[in-house]
Design a protein around this ligand. Sequence first.
Ligand code: PLP
Length: 232
Amino acid sequence: MGTIADNLAAVRARIAAAARRAGRDPDAVRLVAVSKRVPTERLRQAIAAGQRLFGENYLQEAQEKIAEFDPAGELGWHFIGHLQSNKAKAAAENFTMVETVDRLKLATLLDRHAAMAGRVLAVLVQVNVGGERQKSGVAPEQAAELLRAMAGLPALRVMGLMTMPPWSAEAEASRPHFRRLRFLAEELTAQGLLGRHGKVELSMGMSGDFEVAVEEGATLVRVGTAIFGPRL
Ligand SMILES: *Cc1c(COP(=O)(O)O)cnc(C)c1O
């Protein structure tokens, strides 16, 4: 592994090359640096290297980092882990975006707590494209129903969809899942259930497959290991 600055530059170059291969504007893809269980010194280096958007999976760990590294609220923090209902208040108060909304009960709680905090919270609906039993996410066939119900929650701004395909050592194995998420987003947009707040976001792709995700239309890629090295 090089320095954090080198790794960030390499990941950004790979994102840009993948976007160009697909005839896309590289600036249409935002890099979420996944900093869960990363030593704080490496997080500090990423901020020094100009990275502004981070992804976190654990509420308490994230709250400590936000307090230490972003007291003025100048950075972006996306919650990307499984969110228990009893943590909805902390998530609604601390994050720029919650990417993992997969049930109406959670959406309703996030809406209530965002409203009480005087905020409008950007969210994504997590879709379980691979249909894996152990994974979070709404089934693709149920996404429309969830989005219809969420349209009545005024403090949430539904920006798009997120997915985590089945794990594979082969990046290409993720391609049909990423494509399925894009097609689903297009369908939901045609139905008027997405796209009310501008461009529809697709959060897909991690260290092993982010280039394939960019080729398939990702607007947010969530990359940890390729930037920070192995986690603690
Ligand atoms: C940890 C995590 C990532 C980053 O994974 P890497 O393989 O380290 O890039 C991306 N998305 C989610 C939801 C994660 O939990």
